[in-house]
Write a protein that binds this ligand. Structure first.
Ligand SMILES: Nc1ncnc2c1ncn2[C@@H]1O[C@H](COP(=O)(O)OP(=O)(O)OP(=O)(O)O)[C@@H](O)[C@H]1O
Ligand SMILES: [Mg+2]
Length: 469
């Protein structure tokens, strides 16, 4: 039988929850969220009417635990008053008396309250216990039998046991606890660019399936929220055929009749060449056709974006208030990628998004600096968009201002359906802006290199050697 942990997002990773009975270790360094993990789960289970017990080993007194937990929204004093959640502590007096005294304390508690779940925080205090009878520290084999006996007691009473251990991800593999427990959940932290990211990783779970890898999580006044790892899923829905205007008629013509619906396009240009402006025309065209749109920006806020196209007669801020346009903005890349994916999916469901702009892939790199992970993430986004019949544009900043086009993330054009390049070129000592379609899957595109200008009417495309008006 499985019991839900009641930690947002985590039961999805565990395909339902943790087995009862089982003994699971939650391991992580100081401040990684272990105590919060246990109590969030127990408070929520107690609210559902279960009998739950939290045993603090030596570290914090029950009153201190209650004070620390009362800041969280899952805290509910009524479950403590009703006795559904009991917060107890094994103090120094019992620990010093050694193995028998500890066993007796836990045994009494289980017999008396018959809890469906128990948390012990931290179990690693038992690494240094003595024998009650000869007052010597237990040998390794004695410690092992003590812990195994303790676990069988919980198993016999059909109790789910969650224990915490203060240990790093590297040290856990060689720890004797790793062999003795049924499951291991690691709570870790890592630096990502200039942000600290928390992650959760299930490395062992006997007798049940789980989703592997590092899943991002955050801690807020609601406690822990886990974001299941965003992974590519095959395209299963029937892809709608049809064409979607870019918002620039001449560019639609170059593309053979606009973009294909449900396709993913990369618009690459050097800084300041106009990729955001062009993409905004695509979004505005969608909104004017009453197609809900989503923009994800890492560089400009909505006001800045709206200002850049206001001269074209487009009012992004107005569209935003009409709820035909949503905007997600993370200037410092301070969001975890798995959370961003959930945010995007939620908006897609809420307003039935038809067009998406990600501006830019270079900004997304602040969220996911690792090139391989970035590629998998973009690939997963594209698959998700296709399954939801969405046409997407990803902008990409080219490093060169002038000269040959080099795309450092060379695999990106392969995962896109179309690639449009905009670059500065020098003609007769003058810089002109050029645009061409590098690749167009499933349609016949024009191979010509054209010139474009951005006027108060928006994008205008013309032949490169045409005389200017
Ligand atoms: N309201 C909150 N918003 C965001 N983070 C919070 C909030 N409250 C606590 N935290 C974070 O929670 C962490 C402490 O959680 P917790 O006590 O569960 O960790 P722990 O792993 O049990 O730590 P220890 O090893 O010290 O026992 C700290 O890193 C703290 O920054
Ligand atoms: Mg703790």
């Amino acid at each position: 039988m499985k019991l839900k942990t009641h930690i947002d997002g985590f039961d999805e990773i565990l395909k339902g929850g943790l087995l009862k009975p089982s003994a699971v270790l939650v391991a992580g360094p100081a401040g990684s969220g272990k105590t919060t993990f246990c109590l969030q789960s127990l408070f929520n289970a107690a609210k559902n009417g279960e009998s739950c017990i939290f045993i603090s080993m030596l570290v914090e007194s029950p009153s201190m635990i209650i004070r620390n937990m009362s800041q969280y929204s899952f805290f509910d004093n009524s479950v403590i008053e009703s006795g559904n959640l009991r917060i107890l502590s094994i103090g120094a007096g019992i620990i010093e008396k050694g193995d028998f005294a500890i066993f007796e304390f836990i045994n009494d508690v289980i017999h008396k309250y018959k809890p469906s779940r128990v948390a012990i925080d931290p179990i690693t205090i038992l690494d240094h216990i003595t024998s009650t009878f000869d007052e010597k520290e237990l040998q390794y084999s004695q410690k092992r039998s003590f812990v195994i006996n303790l676990f069988s007691e919980f198993e016999e009473w059909n109790t789910m046991l969650v224990m915490t251990g203060e240990m790093s991800e590297n040290s856990i593999a060689n720890s004797p606890w790793a062999y003795m427990v049924d499951g291991i959940i690691i709570l870790g932290q890592e630096y990502c660019a200039s942000n600290i990211r928390r992650y959760l990783n299930v490395t062992k779970m006997r007798g049940t399936d789980f989703s592997n890898g590092k899943h991002g999580f955050k801690m807020t006044s609601d406690g822990i929220t886990v974001f299941p790892r965003f992974m590519p899923v095959p395209v299963t829905s029937d892809i709608e055929s049809g064409n979607v205007s870019t918002g620039v008629n001449d560019l639609d013509e170059m593309l053979g009749n606009g973009l294909l619906q449900t396709s993913a396009t990369m618009i690459a240009s050097s800084a300041g060449c106009g990729k955001t402006m062009l993409s905004l025309q695509f979004i505005a065209n969608g909104v004017l056709n009453k197609e809900p749109c989503l923009m994800i920006s890492f560089e400009d806020n909505l006001k800045e974006l709206a200002k850049s196209v206001s001269g074209f007669g487009l009012d992004l801020e107005q569209y935003h208030t009409e709820d035909l346009l949503r905007h997600i903005y993370y200037p410092q890349g301070e969001i975890c990628p798995d959370e961003l994916a959930i945010h995007i999916k939620k908006i897609i469901d809420e307003i039935g998004v038809k067009r998406i702009l990600i501006d830019s892939i270079s900004g997304l790199k602040n969220v996911i600096p690792d090139p391989k992970q970035l590629e998998t993430y973009i690939f997963s986004l594209i698959k998700y968009f296709k399954n939801n019949n969405i046409t997407s544009i990803f902008t990409y900043e080219l490093p060169e201002i002038l000269g040959d086009v080099k795309i450092p993330d060379s695999s990106l054009p392969f995962i896109m359906d179309s690639t449009i390049i905009m670059k500065n070129i020098e003609i007769d000592g003058q810089i002109k802006k050029s645009i061409f379609v590098l690749k167009m899957r499933g349609s016949k595109a024009d191979n010509a290199i054209k010139e474009f200008i951005i006027s108060d009417r928006g994008f205008e495309i013309r032949d490169l050697f045409a005389e200017s008006d």
